[in-house]
Write a protein that binds this ligand. Structure first.
Ligand code: IPD
Ligand code: CA
Ligand code: CA
Length: 273
């Protein structure tokens, strides 16, 4: 167990790393001529830019101030076992947007222990929005406390989802589920940044978010934000609430649903169908 001041100092360090990296990324984003972009891993749209790697290096250097904490970053890898205190870092969540000049991307950093995020920060330099949370101490946007939306009507809810890089294989019937919810008449967005999707649930901008095949770095900070803002999280494979990341470097939460809590059961019915 960490004291409130220990947790606050972890958050302060994570926030300064997110801000430093975010500023560097944003500068290059505004003049991205000649940006080196490569394809990586599975899926033709799975991209990595030179800035993903540069931002992760910068974050790693800043976080190294705490030599007692291990590191897991999307680009450079690291610790597989999240039971020990670990920084979990996505240097750019929304790389495809970044590479296309679309200003919907962020830096996401969490400290995770025993598979649970205890500190999290998501920084979106495009809007200068910093989302922060400490386990048990609430969620904040630019220092002001945030809570999930109070909307109870599912059909009037604004939903958001994402598609994994192997969407062509239609994992877990993702395409049909998407169609069914659309046919219900719901408004659905697809922003291309899982971390921002979760931060926006926490801030009450969306009522529900679901996606398959996510990794720890996509969701660690965002899950804490949703919890601390009063939302609800499930794996929709089981319908049960999931807190733990059960993470390995592979897939973390295979089928994730995060909501304001009030429309949770209703959307779960579709996802479990
Ligand atoms: C991706 C984004 C996207 C989600 C993908 C993620 P990346 O992360 O969060 O919204 O649909 O599943 O992999 O590759 O931009 O860090
Ligand atoms: Ca990501
Ligand atoms: Ca990324």
């Amino acid at each position: 167990m960490y004291s409130a001041s220990e947790l606050q100092s972890l958050l302060d360090l994570a926030t300064s790393a997110a801000h430093e990296a975010g500023k560097m990324l944003h500068q290059r984003f505004l003049d991205s001529r000649g940006l080196r972009i490569e394809q990586k891993g599975e899926g033709i749209n799975n991209l990595v830019t030179e800035m993903d790697t540069a931002a992760e290096e910068l974050i790693r250097k800043i976080l190294a101030e705490r030599s007692d904490i291990i590191f897991l970053g999307e680009e450079s890898g690291g610790n597989d076992d999240l039971s020990r205190l670990t920084w979990v870092v996505d240097p750019i969540d929304g790389t495809v947007n970044y590479a296309h000049g679309l200003p919907i991307w962020c830096v996401s950093i969490a400290a995770v222990q025993e598979n649970e995020p205890i500190v999290g920060v998501i920084y979106n330099p495009n809007l200068d929005e910093t989302f922060t949370a400490i386990k048990g101490a609430g969620a904040f946007l630019n220092g002001v406390q945030i809570t999930v939306s109070t909307e109870t009507n599912f059909r009037q809810s604004l939903l958001v989802t994402g598609f994994p890089y192997n969407i062509n294989e239609n994992p877990h019937g993702t395409i049909e589920l998407f169609g069914q919810i659309l046919r219900n008449g719901n408004a659905i967005r697809r922003l291309g940044s899982a971390a921002l999707d979760l931060a926006y649930i926490a801030a009450g901008r969306f009522e529900a978010y679901w996606e398959v095949s996510l990794h720890p770095w996509d969701v660690a900070a965002g899950l804490l934000l949703v919890n601390e803002a009063g939302g609800r999280i499930s794996s929709y494979a089981s319908g049960e609430a999931t807190q733990a990341l059960q993470a390995t470097r592979e897939i973390v939460v295979d089928r994730l649903l995060a909501t304001n809590g009030k429309v949770h059961d209703e959307i779960l019915q579709f996802l479990l169908a």
